[in-house]
Design a protein around this ligand. Structure first.
Ligand code: GDP
Ligand code: MG
Length: 681
């Protein structure tokens, strides 16, 4: 029997360097290939066989550096040292070679058996630039391979390089050397480390660099030792001499070294041609035009959401009404059957009203998928970054927050890409202010009920913009109070534009509609039945005056609602809206379901009029607007709170988010209502 040679290989690289693409090419594993830095957050594994060897591939989280600012970076460097993979492939965006080599430099410092994968070679040659791989390989003393990940070019060479990697032994792998003063400090420190009892498997020189750089994880490891004291002195001396923090000095040293390497093997085209992406970016991310273009793009999305969605929505509405009528018909006219009420008022009235908005949801998600796929979303984040920097905020937070237009839960998870905990918690806490897809049914019910068609898209757009503005204001507030401190430095990658793939967009939209219908068929049906029961029972004693409203008032929901009424009154809400708001805590769509139930149960036999018409006849437009406002800001849903608790690590963050946003919603809505009443009578 021949023993199968087993090779483990780790993929490291900057976000958007094509790591996931290469991983998929190597292992055939299916994953979402996205544009956002940080889609690859968790450790992913896969395997393939090559010439009788079994290659185990681990996809490390995408990082720009190996500092210990983010959990990802700590995870990556621990893995590299503790699991000691047989080879580490640094996937580089060769079109941004200098910036991408920064991570490679640190991998060399870590003394891992490195292989360079110069990916995105199509962009290099497309620009007319030249990269001499052999010289680069000779300079660094490591194998260098060229690939074009999305065209699967160079994969054979990469596999070959991995399979024939025999660790660092026998190689002349470069160990980066820096200026004399830095080297003197490092040598002294390294000696000190070697004399001390070993603390970890990190190489001594690496540890020396990290301690000199004031790296939090290394400091933690060596805290209270003489080595730490010594490092402190060396750092102070270096900072004194250079007049800059030590980590800045070392970053500059690395870039200087990279500069000399690149000067020898990378030649830009004589007259740099501006790529099409650059031309588009000149307009789209223009200082003055960028924001208006972003706002206009959002407006177009919401206009389509309403205007293209209106017709199919109406068909579903007709279908739901027909179904309600047909089911009603199973009972003799005037029947008081509870089963009939459950089916017609509770389930069809509740869930039916939610399903009506499926087309709007689909259009919104389709539009977001197209914007994401085209590469526009990172630009939007870039534009917001510029604005947010002006007011002292970290713009990188905006990338995960943009996901919040779909659903708050993935937005919160995506904050894992943020480097500092302060930035991360800030983003998590304000994430629910980015209006999620589940709130769209509420807006789609309310806005057309009270406002003429020309107003609907502008209002919807205004609501989303208000959400963004509030998120920025609250983030600023948090940074001034709870989370004081400088925002972490941030380099942003703008991937090239692409024609968005219609197929991917449709697939994504199909997936969303499946999820929406599943949610309607499970959570929302369940809660609708519960709310129906609470709205329908107990019945007033026989002989009491009948007629919709008093029966409703007698029910559990009615009684609970009446208790809430004094609290709701300043916002102009009655108890019916109150019960719907309580239901919305479980899932935002339930608001619509509960309004459907209340108005179906309450109207008894006359529940023929469509829900919107009943709303129009009951409330003034101001109340409609206030509902939308409250739902935008207020009370994050249960799932959001659970995820905030998990990602924030402590319950108090979830409680702060819950309390803070509820109070904010209450205050803003009450103010809007009271002021509106003054102006409009
Ligand atoms: P990751 O963040 O490093 O995992 O990067 P991804 O694998 O998600 O790739 C980011 C984007 O770059 C995707 O749109 C890929 O299709 C694209 N991409 C990957 N490799 C190449 C390449 O060699 N050339 C070009 N032009 N695009 C690539
Ligand atoms: Mg990835």
């Amino acid at each position: 029997m021949i023993a199968v040679k087993k090779i483990t290989v780790a993929l490291a690289g900057n976000p958007n360097s094509g790591k996931t693409t290469i991983f998929n090419n190597l292992t055939g594993a299916r994953q979402h290939v996205g544009n956002y830095p940080g889609v690859t957050i968790e450790k992913k594994e896969g395997s393939c066989s090559y010439r009788g060897a079994e290659i185990q591939v681990v996809d490390l989280p995408g990082t720009y550096s190996l500092t210990a600012f983010s959990p990802e970076e700590v995870v990556a460097r621990r893995f590299l040292v503790e699991e000691a993979p047989d080879a580490v492939v640094a996937v580089l965006d060769a079109a941004n070679l200098e910036r991408n080599l920064y991570l490679a430099m640190q991998l060399l410092e870590l003394e891992v058996p490195l292989i360079l994968d110069c990916n995105m070679m199509d962009l290099v040659t497309g620009r007319g630039d030249r990269l001499d791989l052999r010289r680069l390989s000779a300079k660094l003393g490591i194998p260098v391979v060229a690939t074009v990940g999305n065209q699967r070019q160079g994969m054979e060479e990469l596999r070959e390089a991995v399979a024939s990697s025999n660790g660092v032994e026998g190689r002349k792998q470069l160990s980066p050397r820096y200026s004399e003063d830095v080297e003197a400090s490092l040598a002294a420190l390294e000696q000190e480390i070697q004399n001390a009892a070993p603390r970890s498997r990190f190489p001594a020189r690496w540890t020396a660099i990290k301690l000199l750089e004031n790296d939090p994880a290394a400091n933690e490891e060596w805290r209270g030792t003489s080595v730490a004291e010594f490092a402190e002195q060396e750092r102070a001396m270096l900072e004194q001499a250079r007049g800059e923090p030590a980590e800045i000095v070392l970053a500059a040293e690395r870039y200087a070294l990279i500069g000399t390497i690149c000067a020898d093997c990378y030649w830009p085209a004589a007259s740099p041609q501006r790529s099409r992406s650059d031309v588009i970016d000149a307009v789209v991310t223009h200082r003055a035009l960028g924001l208006p273009i972003f706002l206009a793009a959002m407006f177009a999305v919401f206009w389509a959401t309403f205007n293209v969605g209106a017709q199919p929505s109406e068909w579903i509405e007709v279908g739901v009404a027909w179904l309600g009528g047909a089911v009603s018909g199973w009972w003799p006219a005037g029947s008081e059957s509870s089963l009939k009420s459950l089916l017609v008022d509770g389930i069809i009235g509740g869930v039916g009203n939610v399903i009506v908005f499926l087309p709007n949801i689909l259009i919104l998600f389709f539009a977001i998928a197209m914007l994401e796929d085209s590469g526009y979303m990172p630009r939007a984040a870039f534009i917001m970054d510029r604005i947010m920097h002006k007011i002292g905020l970290h713009g990188k937070s905006f990338i995960p927050l943009l996901l919040g237009f779909g659903c708050t839960v993935p937005a919160i998870m995506a904050t894992r890409t943020l480097e500092s905990r302060r930035d991360r918690l800030t983003a998590i806490l304000v994430a629910p202010l980015m209006s999620c897809g589940a709130r769209l049914p509420i807006y789609s019910l309310i806005l057309p009920a009270f406002f003429p068609q020309v107003w609907q898209a502008p209002l919807l757009w205004g609501i989303y913009v208000l959400g963004i503005v509030l998120a920025v204001v609250m983030a600023k507030l948090l940074r001034l109070t709870l989370f004081k401190g400088e925002p972490a430095p941030f380099v942003m990658e703008l991937p090239p534009y692409r024609i968005p793939s219609l197929r991917d967009g449709l697939l994504h939209t199909w997936e969303r509609s499946r999820l929406y219908l599943k949610k309607a068929g499970t959570i929302i049906v369940g809660i609708s039945i519960l709310l129906w029961a609470l709205t329908n029972f107990p019945k007033p004693p026989a002989g009491a005056e009948t007629g919709g409203s008093s029966e409703l008032a007698y029910s559990y929901a009615g009684r609970a609602g009446h208790l809430m009424e004094p609290v709701l009154a300043p916002m102009g809400f009655d108890w019916k809206i109150g019960t719907a708001l309580v239901g919305a805590f479980a899932a935002k769509e339930v608001f619509v379901a509960q309004m459907g139930i209340v108005y179906a149960v309450g109207e008894g036999e006359e529940a023929e009029a469509p829900l919107r018409e009943q709303l129009r006849n009951t409330y003034p437009p101001l109340v409609g607007f206030c509902i939308v406002l409250f739902c935008l800001i207020g009370t994050p849903c249960m799932t959001t709170l659970a995820v905030t608790r998990r990602e924030g690590g402590e319950w108090r963050w979830a409680l702060l988010q819950f309390g803070g946003l509820t109070v904010l919603a209450y205050v803003v809505t009450a103010m809007a209502y009271q002021m509106g009443k003054l102006y409009f009578g």
